[in-house]
Design a protein around this ligand. Structure first.
Ligand SMILES: [Zn+2]
Ligand SMILES: [Zn+2]
Length: 195
């Protein structure tokens, strides 16, 4: 039997997709499988189309706005739970990061990319800061009602650095996990070129 492309060459391989007989020169390897030039080209084109579908024409402003909305909403909800229960629950940061990452991706038109990853991570960090700020503001409001002092807003801002200094390792790990999750979700899944 002779190669499908080369009438003088003996068949050594068969394409794992279309079973075409192939000589050594016409065979390529795709993850350990023999593949013919035609199938390889079709796969490349499909991969390129998937990459384009996934990464092009993304609506960054819309992704940002939806992510911002979710970040603010999640921060308010998280701070309320923390205030009601008297704990600070850093696991809220992981939920916030996951929701923001997903919202940025969907808001941009179900697209993925490095820019969206950055937007999601920054919005998550902003959301985390906002959640802590709401908790501190409430605490300072209560202190302000008890005894006269600085304005609650100013006092809450002043209390910020100290509050973060007192966070434990687990809390920091959860905050970082939230930001990483937001960064991970809108990543590009299809490699841009080759196979
Ligand atoms: Zn083939
Ligand atoms: Zn050949």
């Amino acid at each position: 039997m002779k190669c499908v492309n080369c009438p003088n060459e003996d068949v050594i391989y068969n394409c794992f997709l279309c079973s075409s007989p192939l000589c050594a020169q016409c065979e390529s390897k795709l993850r350990g499988n023999s593949v013919c030039p035609g199938c390889l080209e079709r796969l490349r084109q499909r991969r390129a189309a998937e990459y384009e579908e996934e990464t092009e024409h993304l609506n960054c402003p819309c992704g940002f706005l939806l992510g911002l909305l979710i970040a603010v909403g999640a921060a308010v909800a998280w701070s309320q739970v923390a205030l009601l229960t008297g704990g600070s629950f850093e696991v809220g940061a992981v939920l916030l990061g996951g929701m923001v990452g997903y919202a940025v991706m969907k808001g941009a038109g179900d697209k993925r990319g490095y820019v969206l990853q950055q937007i999601a991570a920054v919005l998550t960090l902003a959301g985390i800061l906002f959640a802590y700020f709401l908790v501190l503001l409430r605490a300072e409001h209560q202190a302000y009602a008890d005894l006269s002092g600085d304005s609650p807003l100013f006092a809450a801002l002043c209390a910020f650095p100290g509050y973060f200094c007192e966070l434990g390792t687990l809390a920091w790990a959860l905050l970082a996990l939230g930001a990483l999750l937001a960064y991970y979700i809108p990543r590009v899944r299809t490699p841009p070129a080759g196979l």
